[in-house]
Design a protein around this ligand. Structure first.
Ligand SMILES: NC(=O)c1ccc[n+]([C@@H]2O[C@H](COP(=O)([O-])OP(=O)(O)OC[C@H]3O[C@@H](n4cnc5c(N)ncnc54)[C@H](O)[C@@H]3O)[C@@H](O)[C@H]2O)c1
Length: 364
C-alpha cells in the first residue's frame, strides 16, 4: 500500500504521524511510505532518518496527497487540505467530527473514508488512542503548574518540593482518571503534598494502593473542594464525564477563598473546563489572571512537547496503521472490532452513530 505522511499544518501542531521506526517496519512488508519534506523535523526526525528507514521524501503536501492511497495524520484536516483529499482515499487521524460541521461536510464531499483515532475503542470501553495524550497532558499539568507558581511568572512564589526546613507546596487534583493520576504522580515525585479527589471509589482505591503516602485520596464533593482550595498552591482540573460537558467544580466565588498567586491548570478545558472561570488559551498566551488566581487552560497541551507526544502517539497508532496497510480498511475493520469503532465515514456516507446524532441534517 502507498502511505502518505503530510506535515501537520494546523497552528502549533508539531507532531508527526509515523516515525522512521514505523517506516522501517512498513517498508519491510513491501509497503511504500511517502513523507513530506521536514514532516518529522519538530519531533526530532530528519528527512535523512526517514530515507534511511526506506521512505521517499516529497517536497509538497500536494505531492503526498496525490500519490498516497492512505493518509496517516495527527490532527484533523484543516480547510487548506480539504481540496487535496482524493475520492476513496483512506484517512487515519484525529477528527473530532461531532464538534465541526464544516469538517464533516468537507469529508463527505471529498468521498473520503475516515477512521478517527478518538473513537477507536476497546471492549472495556477504553479509548486506546486518546490515553497517551492524557498521560502527556497530566504530567505536563504539574510541570506547567510548578513553573507558573514562580513569582516572576505571576504565581505565589512557591517551590513545589520545598527544601529541608521548609514545607513543600500543596497540590489539589480533581479527578483520578488518566490525567489526574499522572499529574499526581509528577507532583508526588517533586515532593509536593498531593490530595486527589474523585467520585469513583474504584479509582480512589487504585490511587491509594499505588501512590506513596504523601498522596491522599478524598471523595469529591463541594464541601471537600471548598476545604482544600483555601490552602492549595496548585489546583489541577482533570475530570471527565464521557460525552458530556465537564462539571463546574470550582465556581467563580471560590476564587476569593484562595490565596493570591494560586495556580489553576484546567486540563479538562477541551470539554468546556471544570472551573467556571475557564477560557481556552494557547501555548503563545497560556495564562490569564482572575482575582489574583493564575489560570492555565491550554487546549492542546501535548503539542508543546512533540518529541515525547509523537512517540507516545505512534506507539499506539502504529499497530493499526500496519493492519490497515496489510489488510486494507475493510478487512482490517472486520478483523479488529476496536478499529471498526473508529470508522466514521465510508466514501461519502456517515457510519459513526455519534456523528449522525450531531448532524441529523446531513442525513436527509
Ligand atoms: N488540554 C489538553 O491538552 C488535554 C489533553 C488530554 C486530555 N484532556 C482532557 O482531560 C480530561 C480528563 O481526561 P482523562 O483521560 O483523565 O479522563 P478519565 O475518564 O480517565 O478520568 C476522568 C475522571 O474524572 C472523574 N470525575 C468525574 N466527575 C467528577 C467529579 N465531580 N469530581 C471528581 N472527579 C470526577 C471520573 O470518575 C474519572 O475518574 C478530559 O476532558 C480530556 O479530554 C485534555
Amino acid at each position: 500500500m502507498k502511505i502518505g505522511v503530510p506535515t501537520e499544518i494546523k497552528n502549533n501542531e508539531s507532531r508527526v504521524s509515523i516515525t522512521p521506526a514505523g517506516v522501517y517496519e512498513l517498508t519491510k512488508q513491501k509497503h511504500e511510505v511517502f513523507v513530506q519534506s521536514n514532516a518529522g523535523y519538530a519531533s526530532g526526525f530528519t528527512n535523512q532518518d526517514y530515507q534511511n528507514a526506506g521512505a521517499s521524501i516529497l517536497e509538497s503536501i500536494e505531492d503526498v496527497y496525490q500519490v498516497a492511497e492512505t493518509i496517516v495524520k495527527v490532527k484533523e484536516p484543516i480547510e487548506e487540505e480539504y481540496s487535496l483529499i482524493q475520492e476513496n482515499q483512506l484517512l487515519f487521524t484525529y477528527f473530532h467530527f461531532a464538534s465541526s460541521l464544516q469538517l464533516t461536510e468537507a469529508m463527505l464531499k471529498a468521498k473520503a473514508t475516515c477512521i478517527a483515532y478518538e473513537t477507536v475503542q476497546d471492549e472495556d470501553g477504553s479509548l486506546p488512542l486518546l490515553t497517551p495524550m492524557s498521560e502527556v497532558a497530566g504530567r505536563m499539568a504539574t510541570q506547567q503548574g510548578a513553573k507558573f507558581l514562580e513569582k516572576p511568572i505571576k504565581g505565589k512564589g512557591i517551590l513545589l518540593g520545598g527544601v529541608p526546613g521548609v514545607s513543600p507546596g500543596k497540590v489539589l487534583v480533581l479527578g483520578a482518571g488518566v490525567v489526574g493520576v499522572q499529574a499526581a504522580k509528577m507532583a508526588a515525585g517533586l515532593g509536593a503534598h498531593v490530595t486527589i479527589l474523585d467520585i469513583n471509589m474504584k479509582r480512589l482505591r487504585y490511587v491509594n494502593d499505588v501512590m506513596p503516602s504523601h498522596v491522599v485520596t478524598e471523595f469529591s464533593n463541594e464541601y471537600n473542594i471548598r476545604k482544600h482550595i483555601k490552602t492549595a498552591d496548585l489546583i489541577i482540573g482533570a475530570v471527565l464525564i464521557a460525552g458530556a460537558k465537564a462539571p463546574k467544580l470550582i465556581t467563580r466565588d471560590m476564587l476569593k477563598e484562595m490565596t493570591p498567586g494560586t495556580v489553576m491548570v484546567d486540563v479538562a478545558v477541551d470539554q468546556g473546563g471544570c472551573f467556571e472561570t475557564t477560557k481556552p488559551t494557547t501555548h503563545e498566551n497560556p495564562i490569564y489572571i482572575i482575582d489574583d488566581v493564575v489560570h492555565y487552560c491550554v487546549t492542546n497541551m501535548p503539542g508543546a512537547v512533540p518529541y515525547t507526544s509523537t512517540l507516545a502517539l505512534t506507539n499506539v497508532t502504529f499497530p493499526y496503521v500496519m493492519q490497515l496497510a496489510n489488510l486494507g480498511w475493510e478487512k482490517a475493520c472486520q478483523e479488529n472490532k476496536s478499529l471498526a469503532k473508529g470508522l466514521s465515514m465510508v466514501q461519502g456516507d456517515v457510519i459513526c452513530p455519534e456523528v449522525k446524532k450531531a448532524f441529523p441534517e446531513l442525513l436527509n
